[in-house]
Design a protein around this ligand. Structure first.
Ligand code: HEM
Length: 552
């Protein structure tokens, strides 16, 4: 009796479950006809393949191997394709050339004239404030909103505007060099260089955004745990190859590392209704420290504006006239309806989220490759010494090199370009969604709704563009290239993205990297180092530990 009851209740379920699972996997496999593109079989069945690949922390190595094995198009998920051919950059990210706004109606869209939108990967990085998402310039998938927002602020990020920040960056860099001397050189102490560069990058962003540095370099500590917090956030999203300390609990690493690969998980984990509800009522545990910091700075600014006096900061600062916050507030005055308070806040938060770790990684990468290639290091130092002797670079006691001077140091430029090429900060393809009518990419008609993307780690290693020795750090390739080859090489560089969604903070980073590398090497000699990759660290992070000696 009981047996037959169990048979009735349990009987059909296992078979039904099996049938449903097989149908689900088969539907994924044949999704949009993408089965014709090669790739790992498991990737064609489920996005969990991507999830576990990113969990392995070296997705760019997997992608490189897969492209070598299968060619220019690889299927990385039931609905996603990775392209290796640099021609794809123009189609996927290019600034229109006949592309128009996307039409949601397939009847009105065609494969040649629609724009590719960012995928659902991006909203995972959105911060929360009062239970509301803060869609930013970086994370929004709404192209119209993006275009309007970018128009409001883009003037503040041109090279001409960014150059105005140089005196502020100089004062901070001088402090950074002096602190390096005091904390590491004079004590002959070991320097966790990658972390030290993170402190610098965060302070530079603070200085440029608020005319006030956070104090990371002055205090030699992660103020309010902001760097730690942003590390966890970006690790959660996993667009950036990132460091996570091996000591972080395994479960946290596991849960938090690859949500961007299956964005739906974000609505269950960090942005579920309970968390949104608690955040709305300012439950402290869910407040994003970077948002809290930005709110405090904006509030201070309003007080300053009201009292028309300069604030009393604990650290020396520049004036507020030229910082990004004052530009955002001016934009707010001219378009108060659109660029309201929440959006000013979002812009300020985005500066830290998008700008600090990418710059710190890129700086660390330059030093990493120089230390790994001593002949390049020596050649660069010789170039600097000659430049000082010949007056190309002024002999300042601080060792500082100005932006204009840095532009007259060809070998330094070549080393930086080569580090950007071999070690772009972002380690995954920048995903876009093909519009409903489909798109022709590299001669293939890709169905609408497919996620497509290119990874800088792949396109930067194309031998037909960069030469046969693409895996070697050889700065000379940038000097030896003729004008046309150099133009093509530069046009293929994808570390800052491309097109309408390209990095708006590029010039800020270039200012920092181009000044910092020669300034640091003028002032210090790196006389011992070790480089390691934490076992659970994402690849781009270079953990460089150094001993330093003064050169002056
Ligand atoms: C070396 C340093 C940097 C690298 C490698 C880098 C890389 C990138 C890349 C690849 C994108 C495009 C993402 C995509 O298309 O999906 C991007 C966008 C962006 N970056 Fe950067 N970035 C750097 C520094 C900065 C800095 C310093 C800031 C701000 C102060 C910044 C702010 C942004 C913003 C706001 C966007 C979104 C732009 C838009 O969609 O209009 N970045 N960055």
């Amino acid at each position: 009796m009981i047996d037959s009851l169990v048979d009735v209740v349990v009987g059909p379920w296992p078979s039904l479950f099996l049938l449903l699972s097989i149908s689900y996997l088969a539907r994924n496999y044949f999704n949009r006809g993408l089965q014709k593109y090669p790739g790992p079989f498991l990737a064609s069945l489920t996005d969990w393949w991507r999830f576990f690949d990113v969990l392995g922390r070296r997705p760019e190595i997997t992608h490189n191997r897969l492209h070598k094995q299968h060619g220019d198009i690889v299927r990385l998920g039931p609905n996603s394709l990775s392209f290796a051919d640099p021609q794809a950059l123009k189609t996927i990210y290019g600034l229109n050339k006949g592309f128009t706004k996307v039409s949601t109606s397939p009847a009105h869209s065609s494969c040649s004239n629609a724009k590719l939108y960012k995928s659902e990967f991006y909203p995972v990085i959105q911060a929360l404030s009062k239970g509301e998402r803060l869609p930013s310039l970086f994370s929004t998938t709404d192209e119209q909103y993006h275009a309007e927002l970018r128009k409001c602020v883009s003037g503040a990020f041109s090279m001409t505007a960014v150059i105005q920040y140089e005196p502020a960056v100089d004062s901070l860099m001088e402090k950074f060099l002096d602190q390096t001397e005091a904390l590491f050189v004079s004590k002959n102490a070991i320097c966790d260089f990658a972390k030290w560069l993170q402190f610098l990058a965060f302070d530079v962003i603070g200085e440029i955004t608020y005319g006030k540095r956070h104090g990371f370099v002055d205090q030699e500590e992660d103020i309010d745990g902001m760097i730690g917090y942003l590390g966890r956030l970006i690790n959660y999203v996993a667009p950036v190859c990132f460091r996570i300390t091996p000591s972080s609990p395994w479960l946290i690493q596991f849960i938090s590392s690859q949500i961007g690969q299956i964005p739906m998980l974000d609505s269950i984990l960090l942005k579920n209704p309970l968390i949104l509800f608690l955040d709305r009522y300012d439950i402290k545990a869910f407040t994003f420290p970077v948002v809290a910091f930005a709110k405090a700075r904006i509030a201070e600014r309003f007080v300053d504006l009201a009292s028309q006096k300069q604030p009393s900061d604990p650290f020396p600062t520049t004036t507020h006239q030229g910082d990004l916050l004052s530009t955002f507030l001016k934009a707010q005055e001219s378009r108060p309806q659109f660029f309201h308070h929440g959006r000013v806040l979002t812009m300020a938060v985005t500066m830290a989220v998008a700008g600090f770790e990418t710059t710190a990684i890129s700086l660390a990468a330059v030093f990493y490759y120089l230390l790994k290639n001593p002949h390049c290091y020596e050649k660069l130092v010789a170039e600097l010494d000659d430049a000082v002797t010949s007056g190309v670079v002024e002999n300042r006691p601080s060792g500082l090199v100005s932006w204009a001077e840095s532009q007259r140091l060809p070998y330094s430029d070549a080393c930086i370009m080569e580090a950007f090429r071999l070690h772009p900060a972002i380690g995954l393809p920048l995903e876009r969604v093909v519009p409903p009518g489909g798109a022709e990419i590299c001669g293939e008609l890709i169905p609408g709704g497919t996620i497509v993307g290119c990874s800088a780690w792949i396109v930067h290693r194309r031998p037909e563009i960069f030469g046969e020795d693409v895996d070697s750090f050889r700065p000379e390739r940038w000097i030896e290239a003729g004008t046309e080859s150099r133009r093509v090489m530069e046009g293929t560089m994808f570390q800052f993205g491309m097109g309408a969604r390209a990095c708006i903070g590029k010039h800020i980073s270039l200012l920092e990297v181009y000044k910092n590398v020669p300034s640091f090497l003028r002032r210090f000699e790196v006389c011992g180092f070790s480089v390691s990759f934490p076992s659970f660290g994402l690849v781009v992070v270079v953990v460089v530990t150094t001993r330093l000696r003064s050169r002056c």
